[in-house]
Structure formats: structure tokens, C-alpha cells
Design a protein around this ligand. Structure first.
Ligand code: GLN
Length: 492
């Protein structure tokens, strides 16, 4: 099946003329037709555009052009602005928004010949861990519990549509964004590789902003090598984003073959709590064993401020969100409600356009930034953020990378964790520290829980050393030889 190929294999097949880019794109469009009504992984399918791009790819291939992604069909998280294609951010307020420009990351992918199948579902404005906050309905995780295949599981969030699409073979890879775990946690829930690069490695220009100092674009794929190919195309300096790093993009694909011999891998002791589920701990221990067997040295390290990570994140992220989302006033972007006067128009537009979780974040954010509370909350959170970064800097004085679990559980069912927002926020326990510190981190599928659901291990690296993250991730991938498949997939 063409939909089962990795990006690396499809690239070779296209170059060898074993099949055409149109064949490959059509196979994915048919899979979307068959499965998307159930999975709801795409908000928008850009069928005609995808076929046009595939035809252009075939012309390029016939001319012997060798770009990194010529003819490779991808899903784009609906948070990336795509010129002429509706971009909703999972929100009602942006339902009518058709961007007149292309985000830098998606422009880079198009430059390299990629085909865009459509825009993937997500939690509203990327706020969530389950894709349940999307105004366009929940996404179904293509994986099923062994004992109970009737339960509808969440794909994780916020990039739930991207993860479900790649897992179910509706796309060969996808873009995501990770503000507190939104690439790594859905990757873990859907048995995929997800990479959050260093802050500044991928441009944020044209990505709908959630929390600007925490937002990281990155790739989803089914293998470590494929995620390296995608990141290699997405990354690069962009003068339009002042936080974009003026650094050359390394050969991430080559880094996957480096091995881990002689690397020092740190095991952060604060990530182990008394409440850690046995399965998650067992997988972590197994990962440690694999890396040791592959020639790495395992070192115990301490990240003492880890326990403040979630509290810090849930102050800084809503604060920035409340400021970023002020632009949705019904005047400049998207939907507009009628009002008696300007203020009434603002209020009605925002009350009608934003969902409950987004409103909660705006309220928290404006509260922690308000005159009487700024010092008590926002300023303190910023200070703790600096200490969390210092923890990583200290640890990386001793080790080359860190190994930890990605999420505290496997995929949960739709409706679970919904009554209590704190319970939902706990999902981000192991992922938010890397966002607060801006360091690169990946999730790699490493095993299954007792229900047959995928679990990921997380590799965290030094700033701008994604190469080591890829090397360690590839070693885990090789040792884990994860071959399990989701129940719902193209041709499955
Ligand atoms: N789950 C986290 C949140 O709700 C992270 C979301 C993200 O990374 N975009 O904020």
C-alpha cells in the first residue's frame, strides 16, 4: 500500500518512477475520503490544490529535480496560515478567515516540493491536551483498547488531527506546534515520532500565536528519519521572526545514523513521582536499558525546579495568550457579531467566538497580568522559568541528553479528564519544562500499555543540538522495534 510507505521510502520510489506523485496523493485522498468522516482529523481537505501540487511534483521529478519532499503528501495543523486556504485555529472566531499569506514553515515545505492534503484539526487556539476543545468537533484516536474497542479515545492535543492523520495513514507526515507538549503528547498517544525543536529553530511567522515565548512549530512522522527529513525542510532562519535563530540547518537525517556510543544520558530524578503508573516507569527503565546496551553511559541528574513547571506554565501561557488573543475583536480578523456600539460589538464577537477553555485562559491571563497581581504571579513565574532553564543548563554541563517519559498515561477516552481542568493540565507534567527552557525534545514510540495502546519516551537535548536528540531517538526506535498498528488505518 502506498499509504504505508515512510517518507524516505516514498522519496526513493518517486525518484525511481515506481509510482507518480499523483498516485501517492490520490491514495491519501482516498484514505481521507474513507476515514475522515469518522476520525475528523481534517477540518479542511484541499483536494484540488493537492492534485495540482502533485502534478507539478511529477513534472519536477520528470525533469530530474531532487528536492527534499517532492510529491510527499502532508497534513498541516490548522494553526499555520496557508495562502488562499481557510485557517481556523480550531476556533469559531476564525471560521471565515482565509489568510492572504503563507507561514514561513509551510512556505519552506512547499519550496521543497511537498503536497498539502489539507488542514488538520486541533484544540481551539492550541489550548488543550485532547482535541476536545476544537470548535470543529473532537478527533478520534485511530488506536483502540484491546479489551474494549468501543471506547472512543482522544488522540491527545492540541495537534490531535495531525497525529490522527499520520497514524491512520491519511498523510505521510504533518506539521504541529508545541507550546506545552502539543506535538510530543499526541505523538505518544498515537504511536508516532513528534519533535519539538529548539525555540528559534523554526519560524513562528504566520503561525497563529498562542503563547509566543513558548510556541514551537515541529513535525510528526512515523519514523525518526522521516521526522528528521521534515524538520530539515521546516527549519531555518527567518528575518520575519525576530526570535528566529540565524543558524544553518544541520543534516538531521545524517544525525539519525550517529549512534549513541559514548554519549552521556541523564535521568532526571524529579520526573519520578510516587504516583507514577508502573507501566510508565517500566517503559522508562527499559529505555534506560536500551541506551546502555547501545553504548551510552547513564547518569543520574537533578532538575530541582521541575515541580514548579506546570504552575509556571499555566501562568506564563495564559498571560501571553490573553495578550495575543486581544486582536480578535471582530474588526480585523474573522467573525463579527453585530453590536449596538463598538464595545458591544467587541464583547458579542468574543463571547460568541471563543469556547470555554479559551475564555478560561483569557481570564487567568488578564488576572495574572493585572496591576495588583502582576508581581505576585507573572513576575514570580518568570523568575521560576529562569530557574527551570538553569536546571537544564546545569544538567547539560554533565550530560549530552536526557531521557524521560513523554506523558503520564496512554490515550484516555473522550469525556475523561473533562470535569476538572487541573486533571487535564496534569497531562503536560513531563513536557512543559522543555518549552519553558526552549530546549529541543522528541517523543518516540517505545512500547504498548496493557490495553495495547502506544506509549512514548521523551528525549530532551541541549539548545540547538537536535542532532543528538535524533541520534538518541533513532537508537530507541531501533531497540523498541515498534511495529504495532492502529485499528483504524487506510487499508486496515
Ligand atoms: N496542553 C497544553 C495546554 O493546554 C499544551 C498545549 C500546546 O502545547 N499547544 O496549554
Amino acid at each position: 500500500m502506498l499509504t504505508d510507505l515512510t517518507i524516505a521510502a516514498a522519496r526513493d520510489g518517486l525518484r525511481a518512477k515506481e509510482f507518480s506523485a499523483v498516485d501517492l496523493t490520490m491514495a491519501h485522498l482516498h484514505a481521507i475520503e474513507a476515514l475522515n468522516p469518522r476520525l475528523n482529523a481534517f477540518i479542511t481537505v484541499s483536494h484540488a490544490r493537492a492534485v495540482d501540487q502533485a502534478r507539478a511534483a511529477d513534472v519536477a521529478l520528470a525533469a530530474g529535480e531532487q528536492r527534499a519532499l517532492t510529491g510527499i503528501p502532508l497534513a498541516i495543523k490548522d494553526l499555520f496560515c496557508t495562502e488562499g486556504v481557510r485557517t481556523t485555529a480550531g476556533s469559531k472566531i476564525l471560521a471565515p478567515f482565509v489568510p492572504p499569506y503563507e507561514s514561513t514553515v509551510t512556505a519552506n515545505l512547499l519550496r521543497d516540493g511537498a503536497v498539502f492534503l489539507g488542514k488538520a484539526n486541533l484544540d481551539e487556539f492550541a489550548m488543550g491536551s485532547s482535541n476536545m476543545t476544537s470548535a470543529y468537533g473532537p478527533v478520534e484516536n485511530p488506536w483502540k483498547r484491546r479489551q474494549d474497542d468501543t471506547a472512543v479515545l482522544v488522540p491527545g492535543g492540541s495537534s490531535g488531527g495531525s497525529a490522527a492523520a499520520v497514524s491512520a495513514r491519511l498523510a505521510m507526515g504533518a506539521t504541529g506546534t508545541d507550546t506545552g507538549g502539543s506535538i510530543r503528547q499526541p505523538a505518544s498517544f498515537c504511536g508516532l515520532v513528534g519533535v519539538k525543536p529548539t525555540y528559534g529553530r523554526c519560524s513562528r511567522w504566520g503561525v497563529v500565536a498562542f503563547a509566543s515565548s513558548l510556541d514551537h512549530p515541529g513535525p510528526f512522522a512515523r519514523t525518526v528519519q522521516d521526522s528528521a527529513i521534515l524538520l530539515g525542510s521546516m527549519a531555518g532562519h527567518d528575518p520575519k521572526d525576530s526570535t528566529s535563530a540565524a543558524l544553518a540547518v544541520p543534516d538531521f537525517e545524517a544525525a539519525c545514523r550517529r549512534g549513541v556510543k559514548g554519549l552521556r544520558i541523564g535521568i532526571p530524578r524529579e520526573y519520578r513521582s510516587d504516583g507514577m503508573p508502573v507501566e510508565i516507569d517500566a517503559l522508562w527503565q527499559q529505555g534506560i536499558g536500551w541506551l546502555r546496551a547501545a553504548g551510552a553511559e547513564i547518569v543520574d541528574v537533578s532538575l530541582p525546579h521541575t515541580r514548579y513547571g506546570l504552575a509556571t506554565y499555566y501562568i506564563v501561557a495564559p498571560a501571553e495568550a490573553s495578550s495575543n488573543l486581544a486582536r480578535y475583536d471582530g474588526v480585523r480578523f474573522g467573525a463579527r457579531e453585530k453590536g449596538l456600539d463598538l464595545r458591544d460589538l467587541y464583547e458579542r464577537t468574543r463571547a460568541e467566538g471563543f469556547g470555554a477553555e479559551v475564555r478560561r485562559r483569557i481570564l487567568i491571563g488578564t488576572y495574572v497580568l493585572s496591576a495588583g497581581y502582576y508581581d505576585a504571579y507573572y513576575l514570580r513565574a518568570q523568575k521560576i522559568r529562569a530557574l527551570i532553564l538553569k536546571d537544564f543548563t546545569d544538567a547539560f554541563g554533565k550530560v549530552d541528553a536526557l531521557l524521560a517519559p513523554t506523558a503520564p498515561s496512554a490515550a484516555f477516552a473522550q469525556g475523561e479528564n473533562m470535569d476538572d481542568p487541573i486533571q487535564m493540565y496534569l497531562n503536560d507534567l513531563f513536557t512543559v519544562p522543555a518549552n519553558l527552557a526552549g530546549v529541543p525534545a522528541a517523543s518516540v514510540p517505545a512500547g504498548l500499555d496493557a490495553n495495547g495502546l502506544p506509549l512514548g519516551l521523551q528525549v530532551i537535548g541541549k539548545p540547538f543540538d537536535e542532532e543528538t536528540v535524533f541520534a538518541v531517538s533513532a537508537a530507541i526506535e531501533q531497540a523498541a522495534s515498534f511495529t504495532a498498528l492502529p485499528s483504524l488505518r487506510a487499508g486496515g
